[in-house]
Design a protein around this ligand. Structure first.
Ligand SMILES: O=P(O)(O)OC[C@H]1O[C@H](OP(=O)(O)OP(=O)(O)O)[C@H](O)[C@@H]1O
Ligand SMILES: O=c1cc[nH]c(=O)[nH]1
Ligand SMILES: [Mg+2]
Length: 212
């Protein structure tokens, strides 16, 4: 599994403000949105394209277009929803699916409460959005859904990742015939005893949606 930690001063600047406990929800939402657009630029370097020719006002020009089938973008509710606009700003023609998942805080296991995905994903590049890669349980379950429907490859875009979550995904998809990749703004130190990323940013869903 490839893990890309995007190293850019604008990413680091916005992430620092996002982490700050003093940052209010409206600002948190804006920063998350801006960060995702920066991460998505790196995460879509290998988006599939096809050759086309267009006519400029002066002459024909060789060009490229996104290949079909278009990529599928899947925000994992709740916190992933705060990343959707930042992603579709770069991929406005992508199809959007949804997964409603919640981590049982006593077992740290992910439960799925809503799935709105195309039945057949054969050949599709998929981008899964979830700000936090903590134990890896949520993303692993989400990625399994997509490969179960025939996805070609899956890229997870996260704001923060813990070493434990990276290791878990790496092990879960070790075989390699189901290619996955993680693109994140930072690799943090560890998980605490409650499965939260340290230093992290707290509970991403609560901070995005003003839950105090
Ligand atoms: O890597 P994991 O250990 O699975 O933890 C990461 C998940 O935990 C949080 O979701 P939560 O279950 O709190 O739901 P929410 O997104 O609605 O806040 C976060 O949004 C991730 O989805
Ligand atoms: O640090 C964490 C870990 C899981 N979920 C969150 O929202 N934050
Ligand atoms: Mg979540």
């Amino acid at each position: 599994m490839q893990t890309l930690v995007v190293d850019h001063p604008l990413v680091a600047h916005k992430l620092t403000a996002l982490r700050d406990a003093r940052t209010d929800s409206p600002t948190f939402r804006r920063l998350a949105d801006e960060l995702v657009t920066l991460l998505a630029y790196e995460a879509t370097r290998d988006v599939r394209v096809t050759d086309v020719t267009v006519d400029t006002p002066l002459a024909p020009a060789q060009g490229i277009r996104l290949a079909r089938p278009v990529p599928l973008v899947v925000p994992i509710l709740r916190a992933g929803l705060g990343m959707l606009d930042g992603m579709t700003r770069l991929l406005p023609t992508a199809e959007v699916g949804f997964l409603g998942m919640i981590r049982d805080e006593s077992t740290l296991k992910a439960q799925t409460y809503a799935t709105r995905l195309p039945e057949d994903l054969s050949g599709r590049q998929c981008y899964v959005l979830d700000p936090m890669l903590a134990t890896g349980g949520t993303l692993a379950a989400a990625i399994e859904f997509l490969f179960g429907r025939g996805a070609r490859d899956v890229t997870a875009i996260c704001l923060l990742a813990a070493p434990e979550g990276i290791a878990y995904l790496d092990e879960a998809f070790r075989s390699g015939e189901r290619p996955i990749r993680v693109v994140t703004a930072a690799l943090d130190e560890r998980l605490n005893e409650n499965g939260y990323i340290v230093p992290g940013l707290g509970d991403a869903g609560d901070r995005l949606y003003g839950v105090v």
